[in-house]
Every structure is written in structure tokens, then in C-alpha cells.
Design a protein around this ligand. Structure first.
Ligand code: V47
Ligand code: SF4
Length: 366
């Protein structure tokens, strides 16, 4: 590979960055910026694929999970959101029984329940603690991944608890990990413009750090392809790389492509597929201390998720078989996303990779 790079018709500086990546040397934010601006798709894909293969071989992970969205009634009104009652014009709030019924109704032997919704003004941490406890009672062995840092900040403040107390309370009820949502973009100016009212970047990072300290692992996301610049994406990755250096508590990073239907930012054109793939590749290269990069297929679509496997991705999330609304309302092509285990396996086989069922902590099940 190093010989190939040596012969390539690229600048000496790009060759130098490539040889750093190939010899497992961390690249700087300036070098990542140069890769974004100068590296073509094939070059970035080759490097990201190398990093991916070193970390995860030919395995592509998936799990059997269900997503529950307890409500779309939200105290915030983020400009990119098509899901909350503000932009959708409809509202719902499921009862405990509705949500437990959904879990009972799944045929697959699920190993994870993923619970994320809007920030409901009247539901507090005791309500959500009770929800977790009931899910735990219904499915004692299932992994419960629940509530973004945004939901957690609101529910703990409302209860007069510190973040640490709130997280410990939820953990005692049965919470196992927290998902990566709510990170959006950490740059203060851009964050202010797209979701200025909700938790700050500092708060998001502190909540995840506290969770890691309490033995609650988590994921991280970025919302890209709106008004941010490449510099903001790299700044976002840098903050996550630093936090991961301190705690090692992140499992996966999930780039979330901004979808432009039915929200206040609909005037923005969505990123092209080429941009998406370049973004996956640079993410894989830069986040050298994140074990997994996930392509969230319900949002990207199955074909694009398959393509992302050649640009650094080793995880396809799960066999989500409920009516996840957060993306379908924002314009994802598949309005009722579902993919069976057989479909996931076939998709990986056709991409020359091996599908591996994992649990939520990436232990191999089969
Ligand atoms: O934070 C909202 C995003 C996130 C739009 O941790 C949008 O395993 C695109 O974080 N276009 C919530 N994205 C979902 C989330 C997630 C999903 C899957 C797996 C995991 C995990 C986490 O959804 C929000 C926001 O960034 N989002 N609106 C939109 N119009
Ligand atoms: Fe509420 Fe989340 Fe939508 Fe923001 S992105 S308005 S916090 S549901």
C-alpha cells in the first residue's frame, strides 16, 4: 500500500499524511482539513478502508433492536427538526402500556431497546426511571440504551438533581448506555443558529464524560451537511477524540446526514452521496480511538449504507422494526424502515464482508 501511495500523482504533503495513517500515527486537525480539501474520493476511501480493516477485519456488526420514541412533544424547537410537534403539526405521547406493547409485539429475539424522544415539558426523571424499570421487568436480559444528553440534562435539572445523581438514578433503574444524539455540531456559533435553546456543547460533553465515569458507555453523533463548514466538522471530531482519550467510554460514532424535508432549514440542499462518503472516510481516519463507525441505514437508505462499508464503516446498527419517525419525517426515502437479519447478511455478503451479530457492547453473538 505504501508503494502505491508513493507512486500516486498527489502532493508530497498528501503522501506524508497517507504514510502517517498507514503507520497508525495520529493525524492533526490541519492534516484532516487538507485531506478534506485535497484528497479525492478514491484516495480517502482507500485510507479509511485500511484503518477500518485494521480495527475490525472483514466484520460488519449489526444487532437486533427496537426503537421506541415516547413522545414528539418538545420544549425545544431546533431548526433542523421535522419530528417535534412544532414542525410536524401532530403530537403523540405513548403510555407505558403502549411502549411495553411494542416491545412485546416484536417477533425477533431482540437484545437492545433504544429509547429516544423529544424533551417533554411535563415528564420528569421519575417518569423515565419508571419506564426503564418497566422495560427491565419485561425483558430482564435486554440492553437498555436510552435518552440523549439533551433529554438527560432537562429531566435531571427539573428534578433538582445533579447530572451525576440523575445518571446514577437511571442506572439503578436499569439504564445500560446512552445513545449519541443531541451532539449536532459543537461549534458555538453554528449550534446557536440551529439549536440555540438546547444543551450547550459543553454540557453534552460533560454528560457523556460523567456517564463514562459511572460505567455507562455511550455513542456520539454529528449532524452534518447543513450550514456548518468543514472546519466545524473537524473541531467536533477533535473534541470527541480528546474526550475518548480521557475516558475510553465511547463505543461508536454515527455521522448523521442532515435531511431537509418539513423543517425550518428545508432551503438547504442535502449533501451529495460523494460528500457523504468523503465524510465517512475522514471520520474513520480522524477518530482513531473510536472502535466503531456506524452507518445508520434507516436514515441513509440500504444502498448508501452498503456503499459506506467501503469508506470506513463497520457497523450497520440493527434490525429496527418499528415505525421510527425521526428520519422518515425529515425525508428519509424509506418511510417504514425495516431490514431482516437475512437482508443484513445478504447486503454484507454482496459487499464482500461478513455480517456478525453483536450485543450492545460489541461482544459477538453469532
Ligand atoms: O440528535 C434530527 C438527528 C438525532 C434530523 O446512538 C436529524 O446508536 C438528520 O442520535 N436530519 C437523534 N438528522 C438520533 C440519534 C441516533 C440514531 C441512531 C443511532 C444512535 C445511537 C443515535 O437525530 C438528533 C439529530 O442529530 N436528527 N433531525 C434531520 N432533519
Ligand atoms: Fe426537540 Fe430533539 Fe427535535 Fe430538538 S431535535 S426540537 S430537542 S426533538
Amino acid at each position: 500500500m505504501i508503494e502505491l501511495i508513493e507512486k500516486a500523482d498527489i502532493s508530497a504533503s498528501l503522501k506524508n499524511i497517507a504514510s502517517k495513517i498507514l503507520s497508525n500515527t495520529r493525524i492533526t486537525s490541519g492534516e484532516a482539513l487538507e485531506l478534506y480539501h485535497e484528497g479525492d474520493l478514491g484516495f480517502l476511501g482507500t485510507l479509511a478502508d485500511h484503518v477500518r480493516k485494521q480495527k475490525n477485519g472483514d466484520m460488519v456488526y449489526y444487532n437486533r433492536n427496537i426503537h421506541i420514541e415516547p413522545t414528539n412533544i418538545c420544549v425545544y424547537n431546533c431548526s433542523f427538526c421535522s419530528y417535534s410537534h412544532h414542525s410536524s403539526g401532530t403530537s403523540w405521547e405513548y403510555t407505558f402500556d403502549d411502549m411495553l406493547e411494542k416491545i412485546r409485539g416484536v417477533d425477533d429475539p431482540i437484545t437492545e431497546v433504544h429509547i429516544v424522544g423529544a424533551v417533554h415539558p411535563a415528564r420528569d426523571i421519575r417518569y423515565y426511571g419508571e419506564l426503564i424499570a418497566r422495560v427491565r421487568a419485561e425483558k430482564p436480559d435486554v440492553h437498555i440504551k436510552a435518552f440523549t444528553a439533551i433529554e438527560i440534562e432537562y429531566m435531571t435539572k427539573r428534578a433538582g438533581m445533579s447530572i451525576r445523581e440523575g445518571l446514577q438514578f437511571l442506572k439503578d433503574k436499569g439504564l445500560d448506555s446512552i445513545p449519541g444524539g443531541g451532539a449536532e455540531i459543537f461549534d458555538e456559533e453554528i449550534r446557536e443558529k440551529i439549536c440555540g435553546k438546547k444543551s450547550t456543547a459543553k454540557a453534552w460533553l460533560e454528560i457523556h464524560e460523567t456517564a463514562h465515569m459511572l460505567g455507562i458507555p455511550s455513542n456520539a453523533t454529528i449532524l452534518y451537511g447543513h450550514i456548518e463548514k468543514i472546519e466545524h466538522r473537524i473541531d467536533h471530531l477533535e473534541k470527541l477524540r480528546q474526550l475518548q482519550n480521557r475516558t475510553g467510554g465511547f463505543n461508536a460514532f454515527i455521522p448523521l446526514k442532515y435531511r431537509n424535508k418539513n423543517n425550518e432549514m428545508s432551503w438547504i440542499e442535502e449533501a451529495t452521496i460523494i460528500e457523504d462518503m468523503r465524510n465517512f472516510a475522514i471520520t474513520r481516519i480522524y477518530l482513531d480511538n473510536f472502535p466503531h463507525i456506524k452507518a445508520y441505514w434507516p436514515m441513509l437508505g440500504k444502498q448508501m449504507a452498503a456503499m459506506a462499508l467501503s469508506f470506513g464503516v463497520d457497523d450497520l446498527d440493527g434490525t429496527i422494526n418499528d415505525s421510527t419517525k425521526i428520519y422518515s419525517m425529515a425525508g428519509a426515502d424509506d418511510k417504514s424502515p425495516s431490514m431482516s437479519v437475512d437482508e443484513i447478511r445478504e447486503l454484507c455478503r454482496r459487499s464482500g464482508r461478513i455480517a456478525v451479530e453483536r450485543d450492545s457492547l460489541y461482544n459477538i453473538i453469532s
